[in-house]
Design a protein around this ligand. Sequence first.
Ligand SMILES: Nc1ncnc2c1ncn2[C@@H]1O[C@H](COP(=O)(O)OP(=O)(O)OP(=O)(O)O)[C@@H](O)[C@H]1O
Length: 730
Amino acid sequence: MPRLALSEDFFTDLIALQRPVQKEVGDAVRHFRSLDVHTLHASKGLHLEKLEQARDSRVRTIRITRGMRAVLLAPDDGSDLYTLLRVAPHDAAINWACKRVFSANSATGGLEVRNVDVLEQMETYLATEARKAAQDADAPQAPRLFAAHSDTVLRDLGIDDQVLGLARLCTDIGNLRLMKPPILPADQYEVLEFLAEGFGPEDVWEQLIAPRGQTVRSADERTPVTLTEAVLNTPHRLVEVSGPQELERILTEDLVRWRVFLHPTQRRHALHAGFNGPAQVTGGPGTGKTVVALHRVRHLLRQGGPDDRVLLTTFTRAMASSLRDSLALLLGDADVHLLARVDVTTVDSLASGIVREKRRSVPKPLTTGGEKAAWERALRGEQGDWTPQFMVQEFRNVVLAQDIRTKEAYLASRRPGRGTQLGHVQRDRLWDVMQRFVNDVLARDQATYTMICDRAAQSLTAAGPRYRHVVVDEAQDLHPAQWRVLRAAVAPQADDMFLVGDPHQRIYDTRVSLRSLGIHITGRSARLRVNYRSTEEILHWSASLLDGQPVVRLGEDGQDDAAADTLRGYRSELHGRMPDAVGHTSQEKELTALAKQVRAWIEGGVKPSEIAVCARFNTLADTVISRLRREGLPVVAVKDDPGPAAEGVRVATMYAMKGLEFRCVAVVGLTSAVLPYAQQVTPVSVDPVQNRQDLLAEHCLLFVACTRARDALAVSWNGERSPLLDPVAG
Ligand SMILES: Nc1ncnc2c1ncn2[C@@H]1O[C@H](COP(=O)(O)OP(=O)(O)OP(=O)(O)O)[C@@H](O)[C@H]1O
């Protein structure tokens, strides 16, 4: 029986086929696996055929139906591992197969494929372009993109002779991008793109080569790998099917790519054998952080003992419910029993549960309005210009954040992140105001969620940890009190905490130094850079909304050595239309245009549930809902928790878009009055540091909303445009 591997492209082809054809592919693959190598060659049904015109002599095809062929790579190294590469209509399959050449990358050891026909044409084209550029500049030779790197440096990073020749002809990054995979081999393209974007060879080695297990720096000293080794070295694009059960699972249940293929950086962290403490994965929107968290949970469950419980948390209840569904999908029937060892919940729900266990009831959570009213009561009679907003921030971001329990501790505290100086006398009085607030709300059996977390953290610390592993999604928005709950929920030990998040998506007012909370990540972090969700056009457009914004690395707020986080190298392999940004003279006109856009998306074949419209506030979201309904379009409000099966365009506030994704997204009502929203931004005169933080959160909110879009994004406003759109709308 031959061994069989499936490629990501084969998988993509399979997903796109009609159900009956998928079934036929499944039958052919099962038949293939049931034969021994000898009968395989003799089988008339499968008709394993070597292609005379193929540029690579190891390429074969098999028959699926009269009109469909699958393309395979046959072993030439004595092994019996066949790799299914594509499945397509006869002519397309043969055409694809004839032009491809396969090789092993000398640095990553992975299997790579190139389109030799196009590369040969590119050589002529780039040489002509380089000559023209030299003539235009009146110079003997145009400056070359990789002039700073010697051949040896490039070879050591896995660049082979053909690619080296092409790289040497590139005069700018545009030349390189013309040869994006699948034209150039993906591993080599990635190395060249990193270098072209200004990463040094050492960075490239650390980020792209070393993680693939390569330890020998010099290309000359490396032993070449065989074809079969190369296939097995490429688990992010090729999966070996270990047995009939796994084959069935992939062909029937597993038609979801992220379950099978992980990017090497995703894989390295998700399947890591064991971290010697907390580990972290960051990355821009859509880079698969949630996917990594889910795979990590499965890995920990599979490795762990029967008493090892895992906590998987995220920010909102809707996201927790979606995580639960995704985890069940990932575990599948084979691992469904592992679900009994996981709790998937928000930190606030966990904290409420802990408080309830202790005192049988939980204080009623205060609404924003209720909290403001309570501060007004506490401030009554106070001389001075402290506002409820100032008090909310001082209590949340200093007292609860630093776990301050006494007046003495408050008098001595550093108050990082606060831009107002407070003398001894002022602090003394403020502490009394805060005590009045606490006594007042507790007397009414009320509390903010942060206060509930604070209490839960204390209880847990006293009672002892209850989980073996804690995995945190959307880590960027957690408050220190929520982190204290998580820290207390698991004992400090190997693989205790696994965090994923993106500081560019921080939309709540939280500042956290993980180190000060006893969560030390150093040396165990990775950054994801490939976006699997959105097109390159949406990505770059959205990323430019954050140009120049001071984003600090995850969990390093207030640390003296905190560094800036960056979206450098953040990219997508998908392409589509540029986002639309359009202003209107009235709300009526904007809504008319919105209805037309939504209708056009639906008529273009997009399911209503794959479309989202979002606005800053519920008032406009409600107006959108009634307007679209009047136009006869199916609509549902995300706040009504419609569930994945409900038909209808999703309408939500920008906050509620966190963590979600849609094929098409419209962000409406982006006027200067709502973004930035004055009431959400502390005036500079009150606190300049808080003002910068609040403004940054407004930028991030817009970034989060826009990066939910996979294929199409349309933003609009009526009247004066939000200044936050200045970088993208001229
Ligand atoms: N290895 C992969 N192969 C294919 N698709 C992937 C892979 N990883 C992630 N995806 C897809 O990319 C999309 C984004 O993934 P995910 O939600 O995990 O990203 P994220 O980084 O958590 O996003 P955000 O921070 O914006 O919420 C999803 O549709 C997911 O299925």
